[in-house]
Design a protein around this ligand. Sequence first.
Ligand code: SAM
Length: 306
Amino acid sequence: MLVDRFGRPVTNLRISLTHECNLNCFYCHREGQTLNFQEMSPEEIERIVRIASKLGVKKVKLTGGEPTVREDIVEIVRRIRPYVVDLSMTTNGTTMNILGEALKDAGLDRVNISLDTLDRNKYKEITGFDVLPQVIKGIKKAVRLFSPVKLNMVVMKGLNDDEIWDMVDYAAQNNAVLQLIEIEVPREMENSWFFKKYFYPLKPLEEEFQKIAIETKERRMHRRKKYFIPTKYGTAEVEIVRSMHNTVFCANCTRIRLTSSGHLKTCLLRKDDLVDIVTPIRNGASDEELIEIFKKAILMREPYWK
Ligand code: SAM
């Protein structure tokens, strides 16, 4: 297993499959990716996952851009399935109604679907597209196929913070887990108008959850807490993701990233941490050489908030 200089094991790989997206959320961090070269092929992705699995990576999450805009998404899932224990995808859900079964058959274990609002106008305001009904259909399909289905809600001040409790109810009603996420930006953006306008701290809500939850659990990854909240539709499972200035979050990070341009990346918020792995593959590198590239990237890992 790979362990970094701060004693953190690396067991998770988050792969951005494409920079392209069929929505345009105004707050999107684009997984910290700025480069947009040729995308990796399914064979290249499979090889990188195979090497990662040899080194102790057990969980892979597919993201983007929007991973399902890739025409070969089902092939990619099928190819990497044999190498991982837990294979998941973060998607905006727009294509889930059509692709759900094929993804499930190819071996996808679970999905996170981004859903910031249940209001059609607000959805359009946030994403630029009037597709909420399509996404809702996608969520309903997903909960029939996958478990758990997590709904990712980025909470934004004055925009959707008034919908938190509706979303808690919606999650309970639809058998999904709700992830409430604070906006995350690099240090240099903390003084931006965007961050000042929309950042909604979730700590007070977390304290309220502590009081009303019938049970709490802690996830190893980032030591994130899960709260089981009673609602009129039954119990809602809610996770809170507070990463800004959160040293505990970073101290418990077990993740490395792979950008769609084929670079290992150690942290969403860093800009100086790319290690090219796809060019060596294209130039005929051996597995041993690729293992050394992984080790080099792991050595660069350090907690962003410390
Ligand atoms: N297109 C897919 C989707 O919508 O889930 C995958 C890519 S998207 C970048 C992955 C997740 O990052 C989404 O749940 C999105 O809401 C979240 N996200 C994007 N920008 C963010 C930000 N600035 N702060 C916190 N979360 C963010």
